[in-house]
Design a protein around this ligand. Structure first.
Ligand code: FES
Length: 504
């Protein structure tokens, strides 16, 4: 047997496998590691760092690795030959947003000692460690959601449940949470039994999976959840038998507890005037408060904003182009972590499309004017016509969702006083580029405020203040949801928004 030490997000885990075992299944199962081309040796994106007993590099692997000299390897090529160490941190965890610009809520916890808050996203998981005597977290830790092998988005995860994977996904996420919290406790010198309370937020599907409930009812009309939560749970996390667990209220089948928490942390209900909150990822979730009514909706944007489904795309990880602009000598770009560009993430994709529109290399219908691809400066990366089409679908869904939300309340974009952009993607989004491609109305560009991981901050508020917990309950009860799947106005605006608007 060979001992494989897996290092992910600073956590070390040991596995024993027979010599000759391919590495790919282990990384899929235990690390939620993504293999974008399915291990078909074509994308060059399954980069890891290895040492010890691992198979030699083949010419085909070498050809896909421009930075092989720096020690990078492609995991789908690798076979375990003996004891070895595998580091999988660089695929996507580097730029997960943990901070938030949230409202301050007076400390009023209903526990004494140490507590934790989690934000479980479809793609990422963030854990925060708190003391009952401090408003702000003691420490935080982020990682990729290890449920990824069950599917990149909530619909694929539900499909996996229909084939019997509810409890498997429950185990994966609970084990990940236990490990993350253990790591934070280790770093801060906290004994595991001292953790008294845990608040976990997430979208409606993620909370179903965590609670071990079948989310199949969320995938088709009449969209019936097993629970909308807002309750203390009867189960415990492994290793944390003293910790009571609370799942905040989801607003509906479509709009989860992450949005309840984001609304709470943004302070939008107390900001005066009309305000809009946007959390854009594989789902675009949004809420509008007009001073009286709180209305919300959710659109399926697809994975383009997370860089998935884009030929050279990735999440906001090291080596990804995160921004593009027009310089004197053509397109200039910035790479996360510096160095050579290996991919482009969602914010870079939007910047690049905006630049190509301004240069006339793309027309309003999204057609590439000359040739089949668009080169992103001298990066060696380029966008295909299909990449542009995927971006159009994603941005059309979000733009149409926003327009429908305002239409329902008979409010014009000029009347919106403030836009809160939350979540990882929102933190890197350039509002001007978003307006250039028609993702964001241009009237809103100067009104946007980036607030980071508001969902995680809201979960922290609920942990640290009983009044905030009660407020979160009121938010979910007060909010109305529009079902866009049967909304004729949304469908009309969706088609119209496929075009790239040629505004400024
Ligand atoms: S998953 Fe594409 S090269 Fe390994």
């Amino acid at each position: 047997m060979a001992e494989v030490t897996l290092i992910q997000d600073g956590i070390r885990r040991q596995y024993f496998v027979p010599a000759g075992t391919p590495l790919m299944p282990l990384l899929q199962r235990e690390a939620g590691f993504a293999f974008p081309c399915g291990g078909n040796y074509t994308c060059g994106k399954c980069r890891v760092r290895v040492s010890g007993g691992i198979s030699e590099m083949t010419p085909r692997e070498h050809a896909l690795l421009s930075d092989a000299a720096e020690g990078a390897r492609l995991a789908c090529f690798l076979t375990v030959l003996g004891d070895c160490e595998v580091v999988v941190g660089s695929q996507g965890s580097a730029q997960i947003v943990t901070d938030a610009d949230a409202v301050r809520i007076p400390l009023d916890p209903n526990y004494t000692g140490v507590g934790a808050a989690f934000d479980i996203g479809t793609t990422t998981v963030v854990c925060y460690l708190f003391s009952s005597e401090r408003e702000s977290p003691l420490a935080s830790l982020a990682g990729q959601n290890r449920e990824a092998p069950f599917g990149a988005d909530v619909i694929s995860r539900i499909e996996a449940c229909k084939k019997g994977a509810v409890l498997q996904q429950q185990d994966v996420i609970r084990n990940q949470m236990s490990e993350m919290l253990e790591t934070l406790c280790g770093r801060e010198g906290v004994t595991l039994s001292d953790i008294q309370r845990i608040v976990v937020t997430g979208n409606t599907v993620m909370l179903h999976l965590l609670a071990g409930l079948d989310p199949s009812g969320l995938a088709a009309a009449p969209f019936t959840p097993e629970s909308l939560f807002g309750s203390w749970q009867g189960w415990k996390l492994d290793g944390f038998s003293n910790a009571q667990i609370y799942l905040p209220d989801c607003i509906s089948a479509f709009v989860g507890a992450d949005i309840t928490c984001s609304i709470l942390a943004s302070g939008m209900l107390d900001s005066g005037g009309v305000s809009l909150l946007l959390d854009i990822g594989t789902n675009g979730e949004m809420a509008l408060f007009d001073g009286t009514c709180l209305t919300s909706c959710s659109v399926a944007a697809g994975p383009a904003f997370e860089g998935a489904g884009i030929s050279c795309g990735s999440g906001a990880a090291n080596g990804a182009i995160s921004s593009v602009c027009i310089g004197q000598d053509g397109l200039q770009y910035e790479v996360i972590g510096g160095g050579k560009a290996h991919s482009i993430c969602g914010s870079g994709l939007i910047d690049a499309a905006a630049a190509f529109l301004s240069l006339g290399a793309l027309d309003e219908t999204g057609l590439i004017a000359d040739g089949e691809t668009l080169s992103i400066g001298n990066s060696g990366l380029s966008l295909t016509q299909q990449d542009i089409r995927r971006l159009q679908l994603a941005k059309a869904a979000v733009a149409a969702g926003m327009e429908t939300l305002l239409h329902e309340r008979e409010i014009g974009f000029c009347e919106v006083g403030q836009v809160f952009l939350c979540g990882g993607f929102g933190s890197y989004l350039d509002a001007k580029s978003a307006a250039r491609i028609g993702l964001l109305p241009k009237e809103l560009v100067s009104k946007t405020k980036t607030i980071g991981n508001a969902a995680g901050a809201g979960a922290g508020c609920i942990l640290q203040s009983d009044a905030a917990l009660q407020r979160s309950r009121q938010i979910a009860q007060q909010a109305k949801t529009i079902d866009l799947s049967v909304n004729a106005y949304f469908m009309e605006r969706y088609v119209e928004n496929m075009l790239f608007k040629q505004g400024d």
